[in-house]
Design a protein around this ligand. Sequence first.
Ligand code: TMP
Length: 220
Amino acid sequence: MPHAAGLFISFEGIDGAGKSTHIEAVAQAFESQGRSVTRTREPGGTPLAETLRQLVLNEPMDALTESLLVFAARRDHIQGVIAPALAQGRVVLCDRFTDATFAYQGAGRGFDLGVLQTLEQWVQSRSDKSQALLQPQLTIWFDLPPHVAAARLSGARVPDKFESQPLAFFEAVAGGYATRCAQDPQRFARINADQSPEAVREHVMAALRAKGFLRGAPGA
Ligand code: TMP
């Protein structure tokens, strides 16, 4: 029996937007419909990419170095995990992908978007050059005002290099996500994350049904 086509979904939002708890609910929803799910994250997802993650999150470096490292991690992750899982017909749920680079390094740190676009082309090109870049089929964007995210994060854990940035940084990052969403609205589902976890979860599931990725009436 031919297997289902692979499905690549990414989850995005500023730190504190609450995406991680919802990723697990999405994984369970797909598994309950018989799909095999790969849960993964960026930067990370392979031993090499996890090593690069530690450096990116903890070591001071300039924005170009940071961008090169996150794209190097992404290349290894695509080659080692994402592409093979999609080829096997699995659902790949990825906690952050390239939109985070445009939002954090591009909008947040003010790094050259043209360079990021070039890196995106290099890293996400497929071995069959005739096809479009590897991109998620759906990006669920948890949109939350930065001051609300900051209040949620305060005291939660020891902040990493990004989490300890000032509010203005997250205002810029949020603007970066809005720009990416406006550039590719078909790919994005914007979720108002300033609601109860139950309401957010229901909107996430509704977005997956509306795309036909989960069974059930779109508005159910
Ligand atoms: P996480 O805490 O959601 O796992 O994300 C790790 C941090 O790395 C988060 O603060 C966002 C940041 N990040 C970037 O700056 N650029 C990227 O390309 C990615 C994927 C994450």
